[in-house]
Ligand binder design. Sequence first.
Ligand code: NAP
Length: 281
Amino acid sequence: MGEIINGKELAEKLQAEIAIEVAELAKEGLVPGLVVLLVGDNPASQVYVRNKEIAANKIGLHSTVERYPADLTEEALLAEIDRYNKDENFHGILVQLPLPKQIDEEKVLLAIDPKKDVDGFHPMNLGKLFAGDPEMIPCTPYGIMKMFEAYNIALEGKHAVVIGRSNIVGKPMGQLLLMENATVTMTHSKTKNLPAVAREADILVVAIGRGHFVTKEFIKPGAVVIDVGMNRDEAGKLIGDVKFDEVAPLTSYITPVPKGVGPMTITMLMKQTVEAAKRQR
Ligand code: NAP
């Protein structure tokens, strides 16, 4: 049975460290500020935003959530972003995705000042990351790198397989692993013989969004398995992309869902807000 990577516990430890730093900065007159813009009433988004708000308050950030109706126009949202780009009390701006269909997501991400883009989704920040000189890093893969670090999981020379190639998880994950000298294979819905490719992995990161998709056929004995997936089963229970019960016995390390990657994502958001504030000072 692999060791369970306790994302919740690690997140709490890192958040306590960030809170200390925030208290120090406050003495110097700098209170890092984060504004979250939420459009519409997507239930999952409501939960994510609420969790971000709780973490920000706990850490001592100056935080605000702006809630807008589902029929907000693109123009109005861009005006709000412009307002917060200019507001020196806020060092981080996060627009909760997905957005209603009348709003062009790409336009919105481009409008955020890259210096305040604490989600790391702006093309400028993604470009810097892929050039090997990151400033803001997408929080989910960043949190996973912190897990490897905390559990002393060596990456150099290891074969890492990433399943999923989204701009916010899979692709930046591959790049971060590459920067740590892993040999990286990116896979997706058109990959042939996916279980066989995955079975080559020393490190397997799964970010597809299909409950219990990854079974023991995907696992090389002793592999490290990171499950990014957040799915609901028929009973409404939160489940990962990995069939934990049958996969865990084969692994050396594995993340659970919940209490795995999720809490780390929020923590890295807090960390980047503090870093952004220091840079903007
Ligand atoms: P996404 O944008 O929907 O991307 C999914 C990726 O998975 C795509 O690249 C897709 O391939 C690939 N895929 C889909 N079905 C596949 C299959 N049968 N075999 C192989 N690859 C397949 O999703 P995302 O935003 O990256 O999120 C992935 C999951 O992580 C979701 O469950 C999401 O809720 C979760 N998530 C969790 C956190 C967290 O903090 N824990 C953060 C972000 C996301 P193609 O490109 O070929 O279509």
